[in-house]
Design a protein around this ligand. Structure first.
Ligand code: SF4
Length: 143
């Protein structure tokens, strides 16, 4: 079984802010498992740090109002191609690219709504089981 994981959950500093989202439950869960770490926003050619984006009316828009939809979708295409087939994915919740259950609503006001980021949506459409870091914490508790 091969697992796709958001690289920032493993401690890679690829977040828009230049930080990471290191999660010990995810790291512990992946120990001795076959996984591929991805960051679709970096794959899109975006720099670190970079302006935050949200999904507004189905398109990826930066906080400065720039439409980056095609750039981010290309990053997702490259990520899927490079990673190859996977059996499940553990992705960072809330992200416009990786978010599994909830995403921000496009107003940059910190408001979350049900929805998926672009990569999560693409995997969902392929029938890949998706979890975010909270799911892993709840199920495995970092043990
Ligand atoms: S795109 Fe995904 S992997 Fe990259 S920093 Fe954002 S949440 Fe993490």
């Amino acid at each position: 079984m091969k697992i796709m994981v958001s690289a920032c959950l493993l401690g890679k500093k690829c977040k828009y802010s230049g930080g990471d989202n290191r999660n010990d439950a995810v790291i512990s869960f992946l120990k001795d498992k076959d996984y591929v770490a991805v960051c679709p926003e970096v794959a899109a050619g975006m720099p670190i740090p970079r302006p935050p984006v949200e999904i507004r009316k189905g398109r990826v828009i930066s906080i400065e109002g720039k439409d980056l939809d095609e750039t981010y979708r290309e990053g997702v295409r490259k990520t899927l191609e490079k990673a190859g087939p996977v059996d499940m994915a553990i992705l960072k919740g809330g992200s416009p690219t990786c978010g599994v259950h909830m995403i921000y609503d496009g107003t940059f006001s910190g408001t979350k709504i049900p929805g998926k980021g672009l990569l999560a949506q693409a995997l969902y459409e392929k029938g890949i089981p998706l979890y975010d870091e909270k799911d892993i914490e709840r199920i495995y508790g970092g043990k």
